[in-house]
Write a protein that binds this ligand. Structure first.
Ligand SMILES: Nc1nc2c(ncn2[C@@H]2O[C@H](COP(=O)(O)OP(=O)(O)OP(=O)(O)O)[C@@H](O)[C@H]2O)c(=O)[nH]1
Length: 347
């Protein structure tokens, strides 16, 4: 606000005027932090806030201005950053979702969510201020913001205490993903003919380690090295079966690539996985040793098994290994109570 001042007599104690004075703006880290914490009030011209009635209810609303906000997901601080989806940029405002519970939380189960980082980009200094949020990727990847589909597996699927598990089977073409799935879901099923899969979903209820799981198993199309990772396989998925054929070196080399794509998409350091060396019956054509398979699985922090869908060998074990990995991640056994000091003396 400014006003021309003609002479000193124009200025009276009550005159509504101000004089243009140089303003010193200091953008200290404290100032930026203050800005970040007080980013709540937004311009009245901003479009309406999208509503997330169930999942995001009860969390404080965050409003951002498009020129200094950028949302990115990443696995670790040095990883590549995904661009902000246009629909979120245009929305400008959303409710902050709940934090992702850590695997050590006392909850019996955890939601299949991805850790995502939210960056507030300071317009003056380009400093990235970040805030970790627990975040379901459907939030950004589904342009219709259809939150009715968000899975929160903290909730038991029914009164009998069954837990839902969504599993995706991935790997190179023709390694035996479909054969493995079919043999598991409805044994004995084995088809020597090869029909490339586009996508197939099947269900099986299993009891593992005293817990009943309702598994949704998605048999995906074979991936090539430069295939784009299908985003839908990074959403609400609890675990992955990464399949190669022991007869194909190339399919084995695809495993870390697929694994990396999954982590990249999910923005996580770790996802429950089992590496499966398929076609175990074809020993004479073996191109990948068991030790190599084990070493790779260890490197990827995954379970490992070799199987033959043809002979129905280790097929259900492959799924059990994944269930074990998922149990470790989502519903670990409660820590044993430490003996208190007085109980030592009582012995
Ligand atoms: N010898 C042997 N052949 C197998 C085994 N599993 C699958 N096959 C054969 O390998 C071929 C491919 O099997 P699929 O199960 O269709 O492989 P896939 O990985 O689902 O293939 P895509 O749909 O292209 O991704 C078929 O001819 C199967 O009969 C196995 O354990 N042993």
């Amino acid at each position: 606000m400014s006003m021309n001042v003609n002479s000193p007599t124009d200025i009276t104690p009550n005159s509504h005027c101000s004089v243009n004075l140089p303003t010193l703006v200091v953008h200290s880290p404290v100032h930026r932090e203050h800005k970040r914490r007080n980013s709540e009030p937004s311009s009245p011209t901003l479009p309406a806030t999208p509503q997330y009635p169930t999942y995001f209810a009860g969390f404080p609303s965050y409003s951002f201005e498009p020129w200094n906000v950028r949302l990115a997901s990443r696995q670790s601080p040095n990883r590549r950053i995904k661009p902000l989806p246009s629909q979120l940029l245009s929305s400008n405002s959303y409710n902050k979702p709940p934090r992702r519970p850590s695997s050590s939380s006392s909850s019996t189960d955890s939601p299949a969510v991805s850790s995502t980082y939210l960056y507030l980009q300071d317009d003056d200094t380009e400093t990235l201020l970040e805030e970790e949020i627990g975040y379901d990727h459907r939030f950004i990847s589904n342009s219709s913001y259809s939150h009715s589909t968000i899975s929160n597996t903290n909730i038991m699927s029914n009164s009998a205490g069954t837990m839902k598990r969504k599993v995706v089977i991935m790997g190179s073409p023709s390694v035996g993903k479909t054969s493995l799935t079919q043999q598991y879901v409805s044994p004995p099923t084995y088809n020597a003919s090869y029909y490339p899969t586009i996508e197939d979903t099947s269900h099986k209820t299993v009891n593992y380690n005293g817990v009943q799981y309702e598994c949704e198993i998605i048999d995906s199309a074979g991936l090539e090295e430069y295939s784009l990772f299908p985003g839908k396989y990074g959403i609400g998925v609890h675990g992955y079966i990464l399949v190669y054929a022991i007869t194909s070196r190339q399919s084995f080399e695809m495993i870390p690539i697929v694994h990396d794509k999954i982590l990249d998409y999910a923005g996580l350091e770790k996802v429950p996985c089992v590496v499966v060396g398929q076609k175990l019956d074809l020993q004479s054509e073996r191109a990948v040793t068991t030790a190599e398979g084990e070493a790779l699985a260890k490197k990827l922090n995954a379970g490992f098994i070799e199987s033959s869908a043809k002979d129905n060998k280790n097929v259900s074990k492959a799924f059990d290994v994944l269930l074990a990995e998922m149990q470790k991640e989502y519903n670990p056994a409660p820590e044993k109570k430490k003996a208190s000091w007085w109980s030592w003396g009582a012995k």
